[in-house]
Design a protein around this ligand. Structure first.
Ligand code: NAP
Length: 472
């Protein structure tokens, strides 16, 4: 944390409420990483009538910049000296930058979304885009599409009139773009063969995690890429469906991060490095998981490294590793292959469920659980896994599984001829269940077990004994 002295610059956030904001985590981490003498704090402005006084007061106090959150993104506009033209067209300002005599307003949400997509390697203008929603986030997404040079856009919204109004506003600034507004009920009829979908509604936001704005299979078949602006939870039902139909999707944490970084760069005039951005992303991610769960639960396909990564995690954190398969062997006095032979897969799964039930009852803390590859298949088990801890999916491709498992003869489900086909079929069948179970997905195909363990610790904020000790 920055040492506060006579030269410390102050930035902050105005909104109502502000208690649950992640912005201080972003800005104070970036300030620490860049060595800037800057501190960021939230200011709770309790009423709309106080906005002019808040902005004037901030200027008088030499505050360098402010973020603005709900419900003041429109109300702040008349209090500004200047407004960026795109922010004016969007009709919402979320960042104030100090200039001579007052503040200039910007909207960094649309820039944050663009950077989040580009950070994933998406070349936005090459795609036909579908925006779902017509509120604040959808407005930012629509103007982002215009700026990025998208040629064809469909806006889907529950209230179609709002989608039409947004389409008209975007069209004024980007007349060459082909824009269609449709009600959500016509999601299956979008006129594209493939698209990039940007989910901007509140459907699926915690605690309504079993909602999705679209259910049409025809729609998901066309979703090649998808961005869900929601970041709590990271795995929404919408994203799960995208993956189920073979698409690739990302949650809104990158947008949150980059809208903050854009603001920081406007305030300081300095570009934030990739490393500093990565550090802030990890802090954000650990904030999202912190306090929620006291244990880590590793799930993933056979060969994804649950045991080796689990051991690396145990070494790095000083926490015990509990291997569920080993426990079943211990309790039953039989090898896994024997259980499959004598009791069938059903018998093994019943033992797994009973063990998870028992582990939840024990209410232990600071444990790393490594689970069997098929444990996620039953909804009951997924519920127990979530209760047990932060569920981390070690994601892996069929090719890597085949490479890693070679001719392993201890995996009952892979015995017999045509193992490659078996891996592919089984992985496809389980993929949706893995993503449903996971709080966090980690690419387990890259890096050493220690590197993957480091990444899990950074992103979950799981400290464990050794690390807790170090922090004292
Ligand atoms: P907003 O202005 O209140 O707009 C809400 C939108 O969601 C409207 O289009 C509304 O449709 C739609 N909607 C709400 N409930 C729905 C449901 N059950 N089914 C279908 N549509 C539904 O909200 P916003 O500020 O745009 O935020 C939208 C989402 O984006 C939120 O989840 C927010 O957390 C997220 N967000 C993320 C970031 C980020 O940095 N990652 C930034 C901003 C927002 P109607 O018009 O029909 O009511």
């Amino acid at each position: 944390m920055t040492e506060i002295d006579g030269r410390t610059r102050l930035c902050g956030l105005i909104g109502d409420p502000v208690e649950h904001t992640f912005s201080p985590a972003i800005h104070n981490t970036v300030a620490e990483q860049t060595g800037e003498n800057l501190v960021y704090v939230p200011f709770h402005v309790k009423s709309r009538e106080d906005i002019p006084a808040a902005v004037q007061g901030a200027y008088a106090l030499n505050i360098l910049g402010l973020n603005v959150t709900v419900p003041y993104k429109q109300a702040v506009i008349p209090c500004l000296k200047e407004v960026d033209p795109v922010a004016e067209a969007i009709g919402a300002v979320n960042t104030l930058v100090r200039i001579d005599g007052g503040y200039r307003g910007y909207n960094t949400d649309y820039k944050g979304l663009r950077r989040a997509l580009e950070a994933q390697g998406v070349i936005i203008w090459k795609h036909d885009v579908v925006i779902i929603g017509a509120g604040g986030a959808a407005r930012a997404a629509g103007f982002m599409c215009g700026e990025a040079g998208v040629k064809r856009l469909v806006i889907l919204n529950r209230t179609v009139e709002k989608a039409q109004a947004l389409a008209q506003d975007i069209q004024k600034l980007f007349p060459a773009m082909e824009i269609t507004a449709l009600p959500l009920s016509q999601a299956g009829r979008i006129p594209f063969a493939k698209c990039l979908a940007i989910q901007c509604t509140k459907a699926g936001l915690f605690p309504n995690t079993e909602e999705t704005p679209v259910t049409s299979a025809l729609f998901f078949q066309k979703c090649e890429l998808a961005y869900d602006c929601i970041y709590n939870p990271e795995e929404t039902l919408f994203l799960r469906k995208v993956r189920q139909y073979g698409g690739t999707g990302w949650c809104g944490i990158g947008m949150l991060l980059y809208q903050g970084i854009e603001a920081y760069e406007l305030w300081t005039g300095k570009r934030v490095s990739k490393d500093a951005a990565e550090r802030a992303r990890n802090v954000l991610s650990s904030f999202l998981h912190a306090g929620k769960k006291k244990n880590l639960v590793l799930v993933g396909f056979m060969g994804s490294g649950k045991t080796t990564v689990g051991k690396a995690l145990a070494r790095q954190t000083g926490c015990p590793l509990f291997d569920c398969d080993e426990e079943i062997v211990k309790q039953s006095g039989k090898k896994i292959t024997e259980i499959f032979q004598t009791e069938g897969e059903g018998g093994f799964r019943r033992r797994e469920t009973a063990l998870l039930q028992e582990l939840c009852r024990r209410k232990e803390e600071g444990v790393i659980y490594s689970t069997g590859g098929g444990v996620v298949m039953s909804p009951e088990n997924r519920q127990y896994l979530k209760e047990l801890g932060t569920v981390v999916l070690l994601d892996i491709t069929a090719e890597t599984v085949i490479q890693r498992l070679g001719r392993d003869s201890t995996r009952p489900l892979l015995q017999g001829p045509d193992r490659v086909k078996k891996v592919r079929t089984l992985l496809v069948r389980r993929q949706d269940a893995y993503h449903q179970a996971a709080d966090l997905t980690i690419d387990a195909g890259k890096g050493t077990p220690d590197e993957i363990a480091e990444e899990i610790i950074k992103r979950t904020g799981f400290a464990g004994e050794k690390r807790r000790g170090q922090q004292k």
